[in-house]
Design a binder for this molecule. Structure first.
Ligand SMILES: NC(=O)c1ccc[n+]([C@@H]2O[C@H](COP(=O)([O-])OP(=O)(O)OC[C@H]3O[C@@H](n4cnc5c(N)ncnc54)[C@H](O)[C@@H]3O)[C@@H](O)[C@H]2O)c1
Length: 372
């Protein structure tokens, strides 16, 4: 029988790629999305890129009636609808908590009346806070937030209690969460609520902790999320990217195509009843390396990134994925190298215009004392 799949937030960046992939696999796909202004602009039109075979329902994931209508005849749900942005979540606290926490609660309550065969929820690397580290004795250590006094002096790296340097290592799923923003807290809440209800009601439920996802269709005018899209928007406007701290912070950039593959594997997996998986590329890059590589791919090497030496409250120094569990259990294998992914991204960027709102976003943080 053809799978009938609902993607909440499916008009967004990751959801729309997943929709393409599922339709190629012969699934029927319905999307519930409220076309939020921050992602889709004031005109709130269904994006051109959304697959024409998608059945689109415009509605809010917090609206019980819209969710019930969206669930009719569905056997799998991908829950992607969310307000997305770390810094912004620290002042739009009610909005982030409402969309992410309440939205998930409404969906789960509706699933009691319309049970499904599988639920996959988009979780996030942000829940880890700082990634895992190794000390000089070779022991693995979990470090908390960096000391504000050290950050004011421009000492960016985390260190142990004796001020010895720590080496960042790949972060596995069993690292204790360290929730440093309202966004991270809400993503953890979404993940835990889904897993808890999955376990309680016997719905196989998988939380995928996405790392830094990049690729075509990421909103270029949303200055609150998606570091590569933010840098691309600067380059398109012939401005250099603004880099916090010293640019040496490490992240794991994963192509949206690999993320869509991971989602498909989660859908197909019969091995897991309730589980959590990191979805990254398994490789780490510094933010400066990423900015320079994008400049090269877009032919903007003359625009040297500006290292601001500023710190954003809640930002972490290093976090990149240990993907061995997803490899072993789901059979996940990232296929797209960063170089290939950048080529694809820069092809998509050709001829695109982007409203650069980065300085407005930075000023919003500064005025609230959220940057040092
Ligand atoms: N992009 C990343 O790097 C990344 C990393 C980790 C986790 N995630 C998670 O993956 C999911 C998808 O992220 P994305 O990058 O595609 O974001 P996105 O902003 O492009 O897509 C989110 C979609 O959700 C919709 N939406 C927002 N509020 C809604 C509401 N109340 N009701 C219905 N729809 C609503 C938006 O209109 C948008 O189309 C999110 O849950 C996000 O937290 C993304």
């Amino acid at each position: 029988m053809r799978q009938k799949i609902l993607i909440t937030g499916g008009a967004g960046f990751i959801g729309s790629h997943l929709a393409d992939r599922l339709i190629r696999e012969g699934c029927r796909v319905r999307v519930l999305d409220n076309l939020s202004v921050q992602v889709h602009g004031n005109r709130q039109r269904v994006p051109e890129y959304l697959n024409k075979d998608v059945e689109f329902i415009r509605g809010d994931v917090r609206d019980e009636a819209a969710v019930a209508r969206s669930l009719k005849g569905i056997n799998t749900v991908f829950h992607f609808a969310a307000a997305v942005g770390v810094g912004q979540s620290m002042y739009r606290i009610d909005e982030y908590t409402s969309v992410n926490n309440l939205g998930t609660a409404v969906l789960l309550k509706s699933l009691l009346a319309h049970p499904v065969e599988k639920l996959v929820v988009a979780s996030s690397m942000s829940i880890y806070g700082e990634g895992l580290y190794r000390n000089q004795a070779g022991e693995l250590v979990q470090t908390g937030e960096r000391d504000l006094e050290q950050l004011k002096r421009g000492i960016w790296e985390a260190s142990d209690a004796q001020s010895n340097p720590l080496e960042p290592v790949a972060t596995p799923e069993n690292k204790t969460p360290a929730l440093a923003s309202v966004y991270a807290l809400s993503k953890y809440d979404q993940e835990r609520m889904c897993l808890m209800m999955g376990r309680t009601y016997g719905i196989p439920t998988i939380a995928l902790r996405f790392f830094n996802v990049y690729g075509s269709r990421q909103s270029l005018s949303n200055p609150y999320t998606g570091v590569l899209a933010i840098f691309a928007s600067r380059y398109l406007n012939d401005k250099p990217p603004l880099i916090f701290e010293d640019g040496q912070q490490r992240r794991d950039f994963v192509s949206v195509n690999d993320v869509a593959q991971a989602c498909l594997l989660a859908l197909r997996s019969s091995k897991v009843d309730v589980g959590v998986f990191n979805i990254g590329s398994g490789r780490s890059l510094t933010i400066l390396e990423v900015a320079e590589a994008l400049a090269k791919a877009m032919g903007k090497e003359d625009l040297k990134p500006v290292i601001t030496g500023k710190y954003r409250i809640g930002d972490i120094r290093h976090c990149f994925a240990d993907i061995t569990t997803a490899q072993a259990v789901l059979g996940y294998r990232p296929q797209i190298t960063f170089e290939e992914g950048l080529t694809e991204l820069s092809d998509w960027l050709e001829g695109k215009a982007a409203e650069d709102r980065v300085e407005i976003a930075a000023a919003e943080l500064a005025v609230r004392g959220l940057t040092l």
